[in-house]
Design a protein around this ligand. Structure first.
Ligand code: AMP
Length: 284
């Protein structure tokens, strides 16, 4: 596994790989790697000749009151996990490599960023699309891999790639969960033991919502109340939002006919977690 720390070296290496006609699969991450990340890396390994993984805690996607400084960082463990799971090139740029002092260009995807997490995290998706556009331009991968865990992010990135005519494919893979259903997340490391015991309620609540739809409930308001009622049983958890949306446009649904996205964000103590389930979608 090669470890690359500069934009120049990464660009040169990627262009050499592509000149040899080899296929690049790219997995962008913020590190503190867990099975969710590793499942993306392994699938990228099956579908491509060279797997490039990036680890970069992107300051542009954190709000001023958010957890940029204390975001979990495990460089040693991450290096080993990447090696073991088949990463060929690990790109770990510094902040100054990605954002020069005079950086002033941002990529903004509209509409899809104005719903769900958007209003609660102003500027977040602008930071995400900006850094991904940078990575895509440096690496020029054939495919990039994203998790359904961050559903809104994946849909936004797919739209950006289409709108900007980038010659690459976005692959979205299923959420990897702990045995009790909690979606794996680097931020789970923040949870106290009691909070950790409370957290699976989010998945249980979404599952209740999905069950209601499968049992014939189509009124979005009723489905949301079912989800809220389950979460309300857990005093350590405070819902920020729960929405029933169209899985493609992310617009709120009144009634569910066929497919739907059930998405929520919640606070457990000082930790903000997100999760979602889809109904009636064959693949993403
Ligand atoms: P992050 O390091 O949190 O920015 O995540 C990097 C990538 O891993 C994103 O595409 C996430 O959607 C994906 N990811 C994070 N958690 C999971 C999970 N539990 N299952 C599947 N993919 C995940």
């Amino acid at each position: 596994m090669k470890v690359v720390r500069t934009v120049r070296a990464m660009r040169r290496l990627a262009s050499d790989i592509k000149r040899e006609g080899r296929y690049i699969g790219f997995v962008p991450t913020m590190g503190a790697l867990h099975e969710g990340h590793l499942s993306l890396i392994r699938t990228a390994g099956k579908n491509s000749d060279v797997v490039v993984c990036s680890i970069f805690v992107n300051p542009a996607q954190f709000g001023p009151a958010e957890d940029y400084r204390k975001y979990p960082r495990n460089p040693e463990e991450d290096l080993n996990a990447c090696r073991r799971s088949g990463v060929n090139v690990l790109f770990i740029p510094s902040v100054s490599q990605m954002y020069s002092r005079d950086h002033c260009t941002y990529v903004v995807t509209e509409r899809l960023t104005q719903v769900l997490c958007g209003p609660f995290r102003p500027g977040h998706f602008r930071g995400v699309t900006t850094v991904l556009m940078q990575f895509f331009n440096i690496i020029r991968p054939h495919q990039a891999y994203f998790g359904q865990k961050d559903y809104q992010q994946a849909v936004i990135v797919r739209q950006m790639v289409e709108d900007m005519h980038l010659d690459m494919q976005i692959i979205i893979l299923p959420t990897v969960r702990e045995p009790g259903g909690l979606a794996m997340s680097s931020r789970n490391a923040y949870l106290s033991p009691a909070e950790r015991r409370a957290a699976p309620i989010l998945y249980q609540a979404l599952s209740k919502g999905r069950e209601a739809i499968r049992d014939g409930e189509s009124r979005a308001a009723r489905i949301r109340s079912r989800i809220q009622a389950v979460v309300a049983k857990e005093p350590l958890v405070r819902l920020e939002y729960v929405e029933i949306c169209d899985p493609e446009t992310l617009q709120r649904l009144q009634g569910v006919r066929g497919k739907a996205l059930l998405a929520l964000a919640a606070w457990i103590g000082k930790t903000r977690l997100i999760d979602n389930l889809t109904v009636g979608l064959k693949s993403l």
